[in-house]
Design a protein around this ligand. Structure first.
Ligand code: 5GP
Length: 191
C-alpha cells in the first residue's frame, strides 16, 4: 500500500498539447497539484503569475540555481525553466499527486533523480498540425521549436506511456485512464 502521492511528468514537443491536457485534467481532479515551474521567458497573453509559471529575471533564476532551489532546470529555446524541489515532495508526503510539464531532457533527468515518477510522452499528431498550433502562438518561436522536435520524438521510447494527441478529447480520456491505472497499482483510488 502506497500512502504517498505520485509524481506524473508530462513531456513532449512544444505544441503537442501537454499543457492543454493537464489544465483540463486538473480542473476536474481537484486533489492533485500542478508543479508551477520558474521561467525567465516573457508572460504570454492570458498567463498568470504563480498559476502558469513564476516569471523571474535571469538574475533571480541564477540565484535560485546557486541556492539549489531546483530539482532540475534546463535552457529551452534560449530561456531558463526550473522545477522547484521542496514543494513537490511536501505534496507527495501528504499523499497528494503532483503533475509536472517539462521538456524532454528535463523529464529524463527527473526520471534519473526520482525513478518512481511516471513519465508520459504527449506526441503531436503530425508535423503539419504542429506547425499550425505553433503559428497560432507567434511566428518568431516556430523555427527554434521545430529544430528540437526530431530529437525529442526519438526519446519517446524511454517513456512509460505515450499518448498520441490526434483528438484532444481522446488524448484526455487516455491520460485519465493512465492516471487511474497508476493510482490503482499504488493501491489508491482518488476518484
Ligand atoms: P513554454 O515556453 O511553451 O511554456 O515551454 C517551453 C518548454 O519548456 C515546454 O516543453 C515545457 O514543458 C518546458 N518546461 C516548462 N517548465 C519546465 C521546467 O521546470 N523544467 C524543464 N526542464 N522544462 C520545462
Amino acid at each position: 500500500m502506497w500512502s504517498k502521492g505520485s509524481i506524473f511528468i508530462l513531456s513532449g514537443p512544444s505544441g503537442a498539447g501537454k499543457t492543454t491536457i493537464l489544465n483540463l485534467f486538473l480542473r476536474e481532479d481537484r486533489n492533485s497539484r500542478f508543479s508551477v515551474s520558474y521561467t525567465t521567458r516573457k508572460k504570454r497573453p492570458g498567463e498568470v503569475e504563480g498559476i502558469d509559471y513564476h516569471f523571474v529575471s535571469r538574475e533571480k533564476f541564477e540565484d535560485l540555481v546557486a541556492k539549489g532551489f531546483f530539482l532540475e532546470w534546463e535552457e529551452v529555446h534560449g530561456e531558463f525553466y526550473g522545477t522547484p524541489r521542496d514543494e513537490i515532495f511536501e505534496y507527495v508526503e501528504k499523499g497528494i499527486d503532483v503533475f509536472l510539464d517539462v521538456d524532454v531532457k528535463g523529464a529524463l533527468k527527473l526520471k534519473g533523480i526520482v525513478p518512481w515518477a511516471v513519465l508520459i510522452f504527449i506526441e503531436p499528431p503530425s508535423r503539419e498540425e504542429l506547425l499550425k498550433r505553433l503559428k497560432a502562438r507567434g511566428e518568431e518561436e516556430i523555427e527554434k521549436r521545430l529544430e528540437r522536435i526530431n530529437s525529442e520524438l526519438e526519446a519517446k521510447t524511454l517513456f512509460d506511456y505515450v499518448i498520441r494527441n490526434e483528438s484532444l478529447d481522446e488524448a484526455l480520456q487516455r491520460f485519465k485512464k493512465i492516471v487511474e491505472e497508476v493510482r490503482r497499482s499504488h493501491g489508491k483510488d482518488n476518484s
